[in-house]
Each structure stands twice: as C-alpha cells, then as structure tokens.
Ligand binder design. Structure first.
Ligand code: SAM
Length: 317
C-alpha cells in the first residue's frame, strides 16, 4: 500500500511518565536546538504532500506541551493537499486547548487513557490527573471534532481489571475506544511479559459487557478492527500490532522530533531529513530523499526489521 499518512512527533517531552512508554530511570531528552522547528516541519510536510501524503498526525512526547502548538496546527491545516489533520494527546492539557485547536483546523483527536479509575491511572502515568483528562474528553466531544478516539494499552497485572470500564466509555459517549497491544520497546520499560493479546481483551469485554458486532467504520487509515456493543453511541477497536501482521496495509511514515523519517516502527533504519535541510539542501534534493524513502518503505516489514531499543516518546507511538 502506498504511504499517504505521516505521523510527526513534535517533541520528545511529556508531562506524564507512563510505565510502558517512559524509560525507567528517565530518558535522555534531545537538546532543543536538535528538535525540528515549525518552519522545518512545515517544509517537510509541504514536500511530503507532493509525494502523496494526505493525512498528518501530530504526536510526541506530548504534543500539547510544545509551545505554540495551535499555531503549528493552523499552519499545517493551511497546506493544500492535507485532507486529514489529527493529533494524539494524553488529554491532560486538552480541556483549555480543544476549542483553539478545532478553530485552528484540527479535525480529529485521539486521547490516551489506560484506566478509568483514578488510583490506577496515577499508578500507570505517575500523575493524579484523570479528572483533567476526563474533562478534556468531554470538551473534545463538545467542540465537535470529527472523531474522538480513546487509545488504551492494557498490561498484564497492571490494568487488566480496567478493560470493562474502558470499553464502557463507548456505550454512553460517541467515542471510538481502541485497545492497542503493548509493544515492548526497550529494556528500560515494562518487560515483554506484560503483554496481553487483544484476543484476551476481547474475551473479557464480551464476557462482561455482551457480544461485539462488527461496526461499519470508514477507516481509510487504520489497522483497527472495529466493533460495537449493543445500543452503544461509539465503537470498540482492536489494534493488534504484536499478535498480527498488517505490514501489507501499512500506509504510515514517522517523522521523529529530531527530524528523522522512519519507514517502519519496527525498523532501526531511518533517514536524517533534518540533517539534509540544515546542510542547506534545496527542495529538489529533499524531495528526492522523500521519494526514495517512500519507494523503499515496502521493503521494510516487521519480520525483516527486528525491533530496536527505541523510545516511543521520540518516535511518537
Ligand atoms: N503523549 C501522547 C499520548 O499519550 O497519546 C502522544 C504520544 S504517545 C507515545 C502515543 C501513543 O503511543 C499512546 O496512545 C500510547 O499509549 C502509545 N504507546 C506508547 N508506548 C507504547 C508501547 N510500548 N506499546 C504500545 N503503545 C504505546
């Protein structure tokens, strides 16, 4: 599948310390001057649009801690050819910013919430901020984003008991709750043994809340398999990146906060686009590199790219 979707990590900084994402003992933050400027991001996106990218997602770290993020949204929304502009956030800062983000042109928002219970949310994220996040979710629905999705990562022995409550969020509210399989990323985060396949998560939901029926979701961009509980306002999706292989349908590239383009989440291989730009390359030269990356993308699959010790915070999930 030709790549048409670019995920951009706009910062490696985050205001939470999720136990499955943030390296234990802290992580080495990238120096500010090495992080892409808005001008560089805009230029890279504009050139990617020439190569067929139509959807952009801002992520992080936590994108809402990047100064003037609303302005970046406005600038990207103004680029001809971008059909979808989305953002993934932990939701902590969303309530006060949702209206401005929508007004600036953001269309869709994904909010990561791994527990609907305050104590366990605090245990997972290191911060007692579930009430703020909940207000952010309500605000996102209120301001009228095209979609509001919830991302939940379930870890064995940590938040398995939260599966029904998270799934239930899709019954009363027009939310797409998606269960994302934990991907062990580095020796510093939770061990591989914390992994639970989505088949188990689904069993728990059906046992506790009733059968799931396939949902018709216009999903041009996602690997999620979508379902509905009876009479629910929203949907439940499963993104099973570890227990299944969807490389053939993968349409995404990732731009790290320090300007490297990665053709595959599981690949150690990336291309230093920022290096080229800062060396003074003109559009033609940068465009040639982007085209080469797109051409080569199909060579990378999860099977031939053994997962390196990488940081989700830098690559953006
Ligand atoms: N701070 C934002 C947030 O919390 O959504 C954006 C960045 S975060 C890295 C993006 C997504 O990656 C989140 O939904 C998070 O749950 C997911 N993620 C982080 N580490 C992960 C891991 N080891 N396995 C699976 N998903 C992970």
């Amino acid at each position: 599948m030709a790549a048409n979707y670019l995920r951009i990590s706009v910062t490696d900084r985050c205001n939470l310390k999720c136990i499955y994402c943030h390296p234990l003992g802290g992580c080495d933050l990238i120096d500010h001057e090495k992080i892409l400027t808005f001008e560089e991001i805009r230029r890279i996106v504009r050139l990617f649009v020439k190569c067929g990218i139509r959807k952009v997602r801002l992520t992080g770290g936590e994108p809402l801690v990047r100064k003037d993020i609303v302005e970046l949204v406005r600038e990207l929304a103004g680029i001809d050819g971008i059909e979808q502009l989305a953002l993934t956030t932990n939701g902590v800062l969303l309530e006060p910013m949702a209206g401005q983000l929508k007004e600036a042109g953001l269309q869709r928002v994904n909010i990561s919430v791994d527990s609907a219970q305050r104590q366990s949310y605090k245990h997972i994220t290191g911060h007692d901020l579930l009430p703020e996040v909940t207000r952010g979710i309500h605000k996102a629905i209120e301001v009228g984003f095209k979609t509001v999705k919830i991302n939940a990562v379930i870890l064995k022995g940590i938040n398995e008991s939260e599966i029904p409550a998270l799934a239930r969020m899709s019954t009363d509210m027009p939310l797409a709750v998606r269960f994302i399989e934990y991907c062990p990323t580095s020796k510093y985060t939770k061990p591989a043994s914390a992994f639970i396949p989505n088949s188990e998560v689904r069993k728990v939901i059906e046992r506790e809340l009733g059968p799931l029926s396939p949902a018709l979701v216009r999903n041009i961009d996602g690997p999620a398999l979508n379902f509905k509980l009876k009479d629910s306002a929203g949907t439940i999706g499963f993104i099973s990146g570890r227990s299944s292989i969807f490389c053939r349908n993968c349409n995404r590239l990732r731009l790290t906060s320090d300007g490297k383009v990665s053709p595959c989440l599981y690949s150690a291989h990336s291309y230093d686009v920022k290096g080229l730009i800062r060396a003074g390359a003109g559009d033609r030269v940068v465009l040639d590199l982007l085209k080469k990356i797109l051409d080569e993308k199909s060579d990378f699959t999860k099977l031939n790219s053994p997962a390196p010790d990488f940081s989700m915070q830098n690559i953006g999930g």
